[in-house]
Design a protein around this ligand. Structure first.
Ligand SMILES: Cc1cc2nc3c(=O)[nH]c(=O)nc-3n(C[C@H](O)[C@H](O)[C@H](O)COP(=O)(O)OP(=O)(O)OC[C@H]3O[C@@H](n4cnc5c(N)ncnc54)[C@H](O)[C@@H]3O)c2cc1C
Length: 499
């Protein structure tokens, strides 16, 4: 029998993204010890490669510009957009705690909130941007965790099994990815924070039969393969809402990915028109969000489309992927974006619309008619296009060659369901009873509680709930080890504190 190296801590955390880093901060601040296991060579997961926007409610940034928000208003929007499928208990808990326990908590730990964006489905803008995006947010919390004493982070260490004894989670089996060395970690509590499965198209097709037969691109961090879900299932955990995905609908296949499965989200095409494979427009383009856009794109046959622009509109195109950013920020690397625009086989250009149509395989007459009809609305000075109601002020006709066509497919950005967990982030079994010693936070738990968002998120509802549930899991995991009172939070409601 080969010897297995064993290590012990109060809490073992699986994953090193936003949920994990928040859990590590909390464990350390309670005075407990933690070991953090990360499968990939680099720490940070999707959180560290995200734009880091968080849905936060009734904050100083909102008030400074005169916005009136409230937890009740946000809850109403949340449940409406989630189409009745959100975990309402967790949604309420999250919204009530965003001001003191996320906005202020993160600020006190080095995060600077610098931007506020609107997003479809919100009555007022709520997407709060941290300085330097997801990398800036993650780094500030990681440095806080180190400073508070959570210093054992083991990249390149893949967890493979939750060890159970007498119905209780007591440890994690793992191996070093490079050497294959077997390892065992023992703890009083395990926090599963291993992210979603949006980078595992086989698992997506298995759990989301509605997408079979359609090309969906993998679009999360490379580590989002659903290994945590399988480990949790091995302990008897309930998995819920596994068929709900957060799709982005403006992504091209990543031509640098040898598997042909991954995609790249493209931003910065606000004046484009979208045409389907018949060369026809099919919706009001400025609403690309998941709330109303996804079903329309999925309704096209095939479920893909082309965004058409001219040379006047190409400046400002960005590729939302760390490879195309300056290191440690979400600022674009202009050189890499320029190279992408000329080398990607999914971004075509031509000096005439006829040639563009031919290169894209679109019907040339239909494309020319579509562009000419759209241009005529602008030339006539209409406020709205009569076909789809697009607001036209600020739009420009598409008439300056070269013309460009971006071939867009739906991309799985995040999974919305996962391991069922209660308000203490305790993993629940199929009878909804807690599995002692096992906690789940972040995307592995559908961002929090199993399905906090429901069918669609309000925007910023991946990172925000991952951080808060990470904190909650960390605090209760430390408590399980006999240290600290568990999560004690201040709700943004008079006289109300947390469960
Ligand atoms: C490019 C991009 C932009 C996004 N932008 C936003 C945004 O602005 N706002 C928003 O709300 N959401 C956004 N999202 C979604 C959001 O980033 C995620 O839902 C959230 O960060 C998940 O956090 P997490 O800690 O649960 O998982 P992650 O940050 O993905 O961390 C999980 C970690 O676990 C590791 N892991 C997996 N399996 C194992 C194993 N077996 N052993 C050890 N480690 C393992 C993974 O490698 C990974 O590092 C974005 C996603 C992407 C990909």
């Amino acid at each position: 029998m080969p010897t297995v190296k064993m290590q012990r801590a109060d809490v073992v955390i699986v994953g090193s993204g936003g949920a994990a880093v928040a859990a590590a901060v909390e464990v350390a601040e309670q005075g407990a010890s933690a070991i953090v296991l990360e499968r990939e060579a680099e720490l940070g997961g999707a959180s560290n490669s995200s734009t880091g926007f968080c849905c936060l409610v009734d904050t100083p940034l909102q008030r400074e510009i005169g916005l009136q928000d409230s937890p009740d208003l946000a809850f109403q929007d949340w449940i409406h957009v989630g189409r009745g499928a959100a975990n309402e208990e967790w949604a309420r808990f999250y919204i009530d705690h965003t001001l003191h326990e996320l906005f202020e908590w993160a600020q006190e730990r080095g995060v600077r909130w610098v931007g506020l964006l609107p997003y479809e489905g919100n009555s007022v803008p709520r997407m709060h941007g941290p300085e330097n995006g997801g990398p800036g947010l993650w780094k500030a919390l990681y440095e806080t965790a180190l400073a508070r004493g959570a210093r054992i982070w083991l990249p390149g260490t893949a967890a493979t099994e939750i060890l159970m004894e007498g119905g209780r989670a007591v440890g994690v089996r793992a191996h070093k990815v490079d050497t294959g060395e077997d390892l065992e970690f023992r703890a009083s509590a395990i926090v599963l924070a291993s992210g979603g499965f949006a980078s595992n198209i086989d698992m997506i097709y298995e759990h989301c039969p509605q997408f079979r037969g359609r090309r969906i691109l993998e679009g999360s961090h490379i580590g989002a393969r659903g290994e945590g879900h399988l480990m949790a299932a091995g302990t008897g955990a309930a998995l819920t809402h596994m068929n709900e995905l957060a799709l982005y609908i403006h992504a091209v296949p990543d031509h640098l990915d040898p598997t042909g499965r991954r995609g790249l989200v493209i931003w910065g095409l606000p004046r484009a028109i979208w045409v389907n494979s018949q060369g026809r427009r099919f919706r009001d383009e400025p609403f690309p969000g998941a709330v109303s856009g996804t079903s329309v794109v999925l309704g096209q046959e095939p479920a893909e489309y082309w965004a058409i622009i001219d040379s006047d509109m190409v400046e400002g195109v960005t590729v939302v992927d760390p490879y195309y950013w300056q290191p440690g920020t979400d600022e674009p690397d202009e050189d890499k974006v320029s190279i992408f625009l000329v080398t990607s086989p999914h971004v075509l250009s031509a000096n005439s619309l006829e040639d563009l149509a031919q290169r894209a395989g679109l019907p040339a007459t239909a494309l020319a008619e579509t562009v000419s009809t759209y241009n005529s609305y602008l030339e006539r000075g209409l406020d709205r296009d009569p076909d789809f109601g697009r607001l036209l002020p600020g739009m420009r006709p598409i008439k300056w060659p070269p013309y460009f066509a971006f071939h867009f497919f739906p991309l799985a950005r995040a999974t919305l369901g996962g391991v069922k967990a209660d308000l203490r982030c305790r993993v629940l079994n199929k009878w909804y009873e807690p599995i002692p010693g096992l906690f789940a936070a972040g995307e592995v738990a559908g961002a929090a509680g199993g399905h906090i968002q429901g069918k669609v998120g309000l925007g910023g509802t991946g990172v925000g709930p991952s951080l808060l549930s990470g904190r909650v899991a960390g605090a209760w995991a430390a408590h399980e080890a006999g240290i600290g009172p568990g999560f004690v939070g201040k709700a943004n409601r008079p006289g109300k504190s947390s469960a």
